[in-house]
Design a protein around this ligand. Structure first.
Ligand code: AMP
Ligand code: GLY
Length: 433
């Protein structure tokens, strides 16, 4: 089979790494790519928003299916476009991707179909939103969200009414997040532990992957600015059997029912961000694709051929496949450019990549490229993702951090505490490590 993957980050490298293991796959193309992807796929120089050229490429090269990594082409309707040309593609329709692209759409969907989530109010009018805030107690804590794709940045946690008013002005008047600020959402601030549960969904059936946990802040101890994600681990112990049972028996059936009632075609991945408060899960957000860097810990645990899963998803027969996972733990640490998530330099040479064997760790490339002298250099904020697999989270953490000193580039930085939250949680529950 010939496969086309769209996107060029660490997530897409992990997808390609997994697809390349399939005995069914003979050739992988990657629309854009990086120095790591280039080893397993042929890089095609077509922009990911150029649907017509991508579709022409798929037709001319007899691509069996296209796998979409990032959210933007999904939100812009690449799946509908490919389907209209009878091309097989893995991902939700434009309407399905609205579960990520519009937070108000997602909240209304959850409310309508009894999916537990934080209480909320939506406003399109600045003055009405301000009136609402002015009626709240001075010390009311509130989460303020811009209603659109804002690269994970459109959420402001406000400690009191004054901060919420500031956030409202930033979003709706100053348009800090552009047109995502035409609508605003105020949400009840939930307490608890966060976990991400990713689910294969074919529109009728679903299959849950091991729960993961991301580390969004740049600094140790969850300090500093938000990033795309600095590391992850799976399975996340906060997602207990009991919690997964609730998701499987109540939340996912409610979501599938909603998708069907709303006639939303959804054949791909639904990423559900949960807040777990006293054992009860509340949905914080939906994403319509694999997470980055969650994919880099989830896919290395997948035993089943990803191509089989893709085919069953596209054919709406996910109920006919028994998806198997390794009974192990995976931890990944993101190696970032100095200055990330703010300004950083590019084109810095990376050394040591060849000194790490896959038994020690898998190195997924994110922002890397080969320069004119054939050297691998940095080309983005998140540069490399080091994934270690072991019998438990503790030893996977140790394994990942043992490998990192072998890899070097000037001003490289990374979090030193990936996975510590899991260890704390385990010791609080008095569970074996
Ligand atoms: P979202 O993109 O909606 O998931 O929000 C990004 C991050 O903001 C989440 O991962 C949480 O850490 C936080 N967050 C969002 N909504 C809430 C909420 N209602 N209560 C507490 N934290 C929240
Ligand atoms: N790591 C968070 C995300 O992919 O949205």
């Amino acid at each position: 089979m010939k496969v086309l993957v769209i996107g060029n980050g660490g997530r897409e490298h992990a997808i390609i790494w997994k697809l390349a293991q399939s005995p069914k796959v003979t050739k992988i193309y990657s629309a854009l790519g990086n120095a790591g992807i280039a080893k397993q796929a042929e890089i095609v120089n077509i922009k990911i928003d150029d649907f017509q050229t991508l579709a022409n490429f798929a037709i001319e090269n007899k691509i069996d299916f296209t796998f979409v990594g990032p959210e933007i082409p999904l939100a812009d309707g690449i799946v509908d476009f490919f389907n209209s040309k009878n091309l097989k593609i893995f991902g939700p329709s434009k309407k399905g991707a609205m579960l990520e692209a519009s937070k108000s759409f997602a909240k209304d969907f959850m409310q309508k179909y009894n999916v537990p989530t934080a209480a909320y109010n939506v406003f399109t009018d600045f003055n009405k939103a301000l009136d609402f805030l002015n009626k709240l107690p001075e010390d009311e804590k509130l989460v303020v969200k811009a209603d659109g794709l804002a690269a994970g940045k459109g959420v402001i946690m406000c400690q009191n009414r004054q901060q919420a008013i500031r956030a409202l002005k930033d979003i709706m008047q100053d348009k800090t997040f552009g047109s995502a600020g035409n609508k605003i959402i105020f949400e009840q601030w939930l307490q608890g532990q966060e976990t991400s549960v990713l689910v294969f969904v074919d529109g009728k059936h679903f299959s849950i992957m091991p729960a993961a946990q991301d580390h969004k802040r740049v600094g140790d101890g969850d300090t500093g600015l938000n990033t795309g994600g600095m590391g992850a681990y799976a399975p996340a112990p906060v997602a207990t059997e009991e919690l997964l049972k609730q998701i499987k028996e109540q939340i996912m059936p409610a979501i599938i029912n909603g998708l069907q009632k709303e006639k939303i075609e959804y054949k791909g991945i639904l990423y559900i961000g949960f807040m777990v408060d006293n054992g009860k899960p509340y949905v914080l957000e939906f994403n319509c694709r694999f997470g980055d860097p969650e994919t880099q810990v989830i896919l290395p645990l997948l035993k089943t051929d990803l191509v089989d899963i893709v085919e069953h998803t596209i054919n709406q027969t996910l109920d006919e496949i028994d998806i198997k996972w390794e009974n192990k733990a995976a931890v990944c640490v993101v190696l970032a450019s100095g200055g990330y998530p703010e300004n950083y330099e590019k084109n810095i040479e990376i050394s040591g990549l060849d000194t790490v064997t896959e038994d020690e760790a898998i190195i997924f490339h994110a922002g890397t490229k080969k320069n004119e002298n054939g050297k691998i250099v940095t080309s983005g904020g998140r540069v490399l993702v080091v994934t270690a697999i072991s019998d438990d989270i503790k030893s996977a953490i140790d394994k990942a951090y043992k490998v990192i000193p072998k890899i070097k580039f000037d001003k490289m930085h990374y979090r030193k505490d990936i996975g510590q939250r899991a260890l704390k949680w385990i010791s609080k529950q008095k569970l074996p490590l």
